[in-house]
Design a protein around this ligand. Structure first.
Ligand SMILES: [Zn+2]
Length: 395
């Protein structure tokens, strides 16, 4: 056990003993005896704890929890500490002991239920946790906390309909904004519908997502992708542009799809004009690379290489350098001497090694690094926070 935890335990004990002592001073002689007994048993438990005899300590604390309402608060907190320390079995035992007390007041019982629900969640026993939190919602006890926990459970179970219902109820009772996760739940439903080629179902859920959060870039991107699959390229393009307006950070994820829409609908000139305008304000390198690709197809590798070189003088980028090397190789491959060709190949290999294995995306909340798109951060579970990294070696 680490020292900080010991001090937290000690603080808890001092708190309860002080509380009990004061109560005792104000009450009867019988209570004085009770205080002394409690005092003795508590220090016995503490002794076990300090001697790293956790099993004996928890036995003492469970006995106390089963018999003493006076020690409810620190016992509840002690159980929570066990949970946070990863000792979920001990947390459950202690909290269950609290709830087994005869004549436990309802306000204590519901708090213990809430704690056991959280213990079950930590242990991965989602079904049991769901039952407890649902009971709390039913009896209108700790409703916001229970609804928030239920939302988390349904999210983990990917039961998006229930997640939407509980998140909306949580939003109503707590007044905390849940529009971002709720819109993503609708997007998850849309993805499921679209995977079954149910375009109407997908569109309805995406409309609901945008009704909840008009700036949900994911919903707009998915709507655009559906339009692309239906060959409605103009509509797809206008949706992609709305997604850029809603959240420019996601642009690298779909800029090549947008370029394809422009080219396939015969609007190559508009693509060039849009990208040239975008490059003035956008911090990343993706529009430069997309435009370089367009220039290479339309005007040749030499023109594209000159364009990238000019842009790299304004903003350093390893991905830009990689594109420049590739373009230089493409434009001169036939005329390059073997020694120069080898030089380019070595440089390209070095740049590739630099880029290889690098995370392209990072969670803006917890710093989790990712190579692939995640609408929900796998680490902190927030929605819409894993975004491209800006910098020399990435976007
Ligand atoms: Zn995160």
């Amino acid at each position: 056990m680490n020292f900080s935890l010991i001090w937290v335990f000690l603080a808890l004990l001092v708190g309860v003993l002080l509380g009990v002592y004061l109560a005792t001073l104000l009450r009867t002689r019988n209570n004085q005896q009770k205080f002394e007994q409690l005092n003795h048993r508590y220090f016995k438990g503490l002794n076990y704890l300090l001697n790293d005899e956790s099993d004996k300590a928890i036995d003492v604390f469970i006995q106390l929890a089963e018999t003493s309402q006076e020690t409810f608060e620190p016992q509840l907190a002690l159980g929570n500490l066990y949970r946070r320390k990863g000792e979920v079995d001990r947390a459950i035992k202690l909290h269950q002991a609290l709830i087994s007390q005869p004549n436990l007041p309802e306000k204590y019982r519901t708090r213990a239920l809430l704690a056991i629900g959280k213990d079950y969640m930590s242990a991965g026993l989602l079904d049991r946790a769901e039952v407890l939190f649902s009971e709390l919602v039913e009896i209108e006890a700790h409703t916001p906390e229970a609804l928030y926990a239920l939302t988390d459970i349904y999210q983990q179970e990917q039961d998006w309909q229930e997640a939407i219902r509980s998140a909306k109820r949580f939003q109503n009772v707590s007044k905390r904004q849940m529009h971002v996760p709720i819109s993503h739940y609708y997007c998850e439903l849309a993805d499921l519908a679209w995977a079954q080629e149910d375009a109407v179902g997908a569109e309805n859920n995406l409309a609901s997502a945008l009704h909840i959060d008009p700036r949900c870039a994911r919903a707009l991107i998915t709507q655009a992708e559906i339009k692309v699959s239906q060959n409605k390229l103009d509509k797809a393009l206008s949706l992609y542009h709305l997604a850029v307006e809603a959240d420019k950070d996601y642009l690298p994820l779909f800029i090549d799809d947008m370029a394809t829409c422009y080219v396939q609908s015969g609007q190559g000139e508009d693509l060039e004009a849009w990208l040239l305008e975008l490059i003035k304000s956008y911090h990343g390198v993706s529009p430069i690379l997309t435009l370089a690709n367009w220039y290479e197809q339309q005007k040749g590798a030499a023109f594209a290489a000159d364009f990238v070189e000019e842009q790299l003088q304004k903003r350093a980028s390893v991905r830009g350098l990689n594109a420049l090397l590739e373009l230089n190789l493409n434009k001169d491959k036939a005329n390059l001497k073997d020694s120069n060709l080898g030089y380019f190949e070595v440089l390209k290999s070095l740049v590739n090694q630099l880029l290889k294995g690098k995370s392209k995306l990072r969670c803006r909340k917890c710093g989790f690094g990712a190579k692939q798109k995640h609408w929900q951060c796998p680490s902190c579970k927030n929605w819409g926070v894993v975004k491209p990294i800006y910098g020399l070696e990435s976007e």
